[in-house]
Design a protein around this ligand. Structure first.
Ligand code: ZN
Length: 402
């Protein structure tokens, strides 16, 4: 809990927590994490994508690893447990093994992923996708709001984008991936349980919409002759809400909007906004996205504004591996806790790591189900149960082939 507090101090937001990918604050947080990893008996360094990577060798050097971890970046005005708790808990587990001088028949790697939330570049999971070797071609040219590309930001951070291929792990090098994370929902609290076992991570689609009308004088252009891009966007946003509301378990959000030129006396000529749609069933999500695309294009046509819709990211839902879930459930039962299975409404690094290894997740109860908010809170007792379950799981871990 103290380490979560310590990491939360590395923030660009005074009095709150905002830490985006490849920022000076992420550098400081990464350094702190690398120090803790070394203290816990790991060899630790930043990889070429800015992930903090610690490795604890097994009975002999070079064995395939059980990969643990979570992310170190945050949303804007974030809580201090989302992501960080998983990294810190995993380091604590390794520290416990190290203190007992215990070596296992596999190595353990703990990863503090550099970018999971995707706040800076609008594209998520850059850290875990680099490790899985599934970065989209050309993704390094994606620019942040200030016009800095990922490639440039990596260089400014002291990393060499040409070394990115070294970050990638091959199948077989990673026996499994397990992540501890706060629930970010109210289910465990409602059922009085400290932890739960995740069944699957919901899929999501992320779109960027550009509407181009015509800027003009707010006093002289009559209403009938306007092509107001922001008024069109407003109608589109309400349509997003209405479309997803009709389907259970489907959620949709417009989280970012920008209007140009952005003056009180000028009709907005150009608007960009994002859409994020999620569902546990891929077909439900894809159908909703199709419906949104056609509704938005009807609105644009009627209002005579030009429309461009770009798919930023699309991820199918990711099932957790039953064999890993069973091992995790045995560790939960060993703590005297009833096993509760639940899906994850939020995305996680496991979605990317799944390309190279089976995944599992353990959720820790959080207060009121609140996350992505400074009010995010967990109890010390629950954090202890989570870490103890993770440690039991590591102790008893048997790879699928064994
Ligand atoms: Zn998270």
């Amino acid at each position: 809990m103290q380490r979560c507090d310590a990491l939360a101090r590395h923030s660009e937001l005074p009095g709150g927590l905002t830490r985006v990918f490849l920022s000076p604050e992420s550098r400081a947080a990464g350094e702190a994490v690398l120090g803790w990893m070394r203290e816990a008996g790991m060899r630790a360094s930043l990889d070429a994508m800015g992930n903090a990577v610690g490795r604890y060798e097994g009975e002999r050097a070079g064995l395939p690893c059980l990969m643990l971890g979570s992310h170190l970046d945050t949303v804007r005005d974030a809580g201090k447990y989302d992501g960080m708790l998983g990294v810190i808990s995993a380091i604590e587990c390794v520290h416990a093994l190290h203190q007992q001088k215990k070596k296992l028949p596999f190595a353990i790697e703990v990863i503090g992923f550099g970018d999971e939330e995707g706040v800076r570049f609008g594209t998520t999971l850059l850290g875990s996708r680099a490790i899985a070797g599934t970065l989209a071609p050309g993704v390094l040219e994606t620019k942040d709001a200030a016009g800095t590309s990922i490639a440039r930001a990596l260089q400014m951070f002291g990393l060499n984008p040409e070394h990115l291929s070294r970050v990638q792990r091959k199948k077989g090098e990673v026996l499994a991936y397990a992540e501890l994370h706060i629930e970010q929902g109210p289910v465990l609290e409602a059922e009085g349980l400290p932890v739960g076992v995740v069944t699957a991570i919901n899929g999501f689609s992320r779109l960027r919409v550009a509407l181009r009308g015509e800027a003009g004088h707010a006093g002289t252009v009559p209403m009938a002759l306007r092509r107001d891009a922001l008024a069109a966007a407003a109608e589109c946003i309400v349509t997003v809400e209405r479309t997803v509301k009709n389907v259970p378990e489907l959620v949709g959000t417009v989280g970012r909007i920008e209007a140009k030129p952005g003056a009180i006396n000028v009709i907005p000529g150009e608007v960009h906004f994002t859409i994020d749609v999620r569902a546990p069933v891929d077909d439900v999500r894809l159908e909703a996205v199709d419906e949104l695309r056609s509704s938005i294009s009807r609105i644009a046509q009627r209002r005579k504004v030009e429309l461009e819709i770009e798919t930023l990211q699309e991820f199918g839902s990711s099932a957790c591996a039953p064999w890993l879930m069973r091992q995790l459930e045995r560790a939960v039962e060993a703590r005297g806790v009833r096993v509760r299975r639940l899906p994850s409404g939020a995305g996680h690094d496991g979605m990317a790591i799944k390309a190279i290894a089976d995944i599992a997740m353990l959720f820790v109860r959080c207060k009121g189900g609140v996350s992505h908010n400074p009010a995010e809170s967990i109890s010390e007792a629950d954090a202890a149960v989570g870490a103890a379950v993770l440690l039991d799981f590591i102790h008893e871990f048997k790879p699928l082939s064994a």
